[in-house]
Design a protein around this ligand. Structure first.
Ligand code: FNR
Length: 388
């Protein structure tokens, strides 16, 4: 639809279809600090670069004269069929990108069949997002609070609100060295906009109620924001042992996000987890860490037959999706591109970017003679050293 309305009917799309121009378009649409927050990475952004370079080190070798018209592009994860192999990555504080915040983006994703992963750092509540996403697939991402009663409360709310899979992010127990935000003195959570999940939680609220006596509304927001950041970014990592607690508190599937080492992938299997996301948080945490796609093949080879392997960090085109699926991911998460679309055009903008990515994926499969998701195997790629 998008393609034909442009090529055949001369109708220019709202959002650029060029992945390299998308960031520029978002920059023009956003306040500087919001732009810096989404576009930025840790340190000198070496890992952000490495994420992209890793894709260039693999090349497709297209095949011709094959009928791929019946190709399937949906995937099955944990026994559930999804029309899209792309999931919306958990992204916090969406109110800084568009006034419609998470409720707008969650509904947009539901409208186009893209599963929505809600962040613990959301600026909408769990219940609001559930209502907006309606019958759409939704997963819940956990930044693991230090107070167990709060964790249990969040997980109960997420279960009651129809979130089917829990994604536990391991790599952000402290925010990293992010110069673009540090230089501006900007962390959105501290302004109270990223704390809807916490502020709306009865257990969290009860914990700081006493400290609020006599405080002005601004002081209350300040106290509560600082309290919430301390809860979910406590400055100290959890351990493998702690995962047992989560099993008791969450009845559904659990996916660990932020796995980069093959031994950690094996430990996830030993810990009885259902899945992992091979991810370096889009280069926002450990700068100088290896490009995420680089480690995918060895991890998929080690654990792909035991747990579900998902992937993110650096996906920008349909062929990127093909490469990640071919190297062992069962589905991929996309962060920044969808946020850029949301920033430029609200829900319509996000839909356009995600549908564009799906269309590019489907079209590229066909043109390269690949028979759908099933045809995405390592054999269709060649390692091209010196790419990048
Ligand atoms: C993120 N990411 C993230 N991850 C998470 O588990 N919880 C969160 O709240 C956030 N918040 C967040 C905010 C912003 C602005 C960005 C860009 C990213 C990381 C995200 O889920 C995902 O791992 C990366 O975005 C993937 O990389 P790409 O697709 O952005 O290259």
């Amino acid at each position: 639809e998008l393609y034909t309305s442009s090529i055949l009917h001369g109708k220019k799309p709202l959002i650029t279809t060029n992945p390299n121009k998308l960031e520029e378009q978002a920059r023009a649409a956003l306040p500087l600090r919001s732009y810096n927050y989404v576009a930025g990475g840790a340190g000198e952004r070496a890992t952000m670069d490495a994420n992209r370079q890793a894709f260039r080190r693999w090349a497709l070798v297209p095949r011709m004269l094959r009928d791929t018209s019946a190709k399937k592009v949906g995937v099955e994860l944990f026994g559930v069929k999804y029309d899209s192999p792309i999931l919306m990555a958990p992204v916090g504080v969406q109110t800084i990108f568009h006034k419609d915040r998470e409720v707008g983006l969650a509904k947009a994703c539901a409208d186009i069949g893209v599963p929505y992963i809600m962040s613990t750092a959301a600026s909408s509540t769990i219940e609001e997002v559930a209502e907006a996403s309606g019958s759409g697939h939704r997963w819940f991402q956990l930044y693991w609070p230090s107070t167990d009663a709060i964790t249990r409360s969040l997980l109960t709310r997420a279960t009651t609100s129809g979130f089917s899979v829990l994604v536990v992010t391991l790599d952000t127990w402290s925010l990293a060295w992010r110069p673009a935000d540090l230089d501006e003195g900007y962390i959105p959570f501290m302004e109270g906009v990223g704390n809807a999940v916490g502020f709306s939680d009865p257990v969290f609220r009860a914990g700081f109620a006493a400290a609020m006596d006599g405080a002005t509304p601004e002081e209350k927001i300040g106290h509560a924001s600082a309290g919430w950041v301390r809860e979910v970014c406590p400055g100290r990592s959890r351990t493998w042992e702690d995962l047992k607690m989560l099993r008791g508190w969450w009845g559904g599937k659990i996916v660990l996000k932020g796995i980069q080492h093959v031994d950690d992938a094996r430990l996830a299997v030993e810990a009885g987890m259902d899945g992992i996301v091979v991810s370096n948080h889009g280069g926002r945490q450990v700068d100088g860490a290896i490009g995420s796609l680089e480690v995918l093949p060895e991890i998929a080879a080690a654990v792909g037959d035991k747990i579900t392997v998902l992937f993110d960090s650096g996906i920008r085109t349909g062929v990127d999706v093909i490469k990640a699926l071919s190297l062992g991911a069962e589905a991929v998460l996309v962060g920044r591109p969808a946020v850029y679309g949301f920033a430029v055009g609200g829900a319509e903008g996000a839909k356009q970017v995600l549908r564009g990515l799906l269309a590019d994926f489907e079209m590229s499969l066909g043109l390269a003679g690949i028979d759908g998701v099933e045809g995405c195997k390592p054999e269709i790629l060649r390692r091209v050293e010196g790419g990048g």
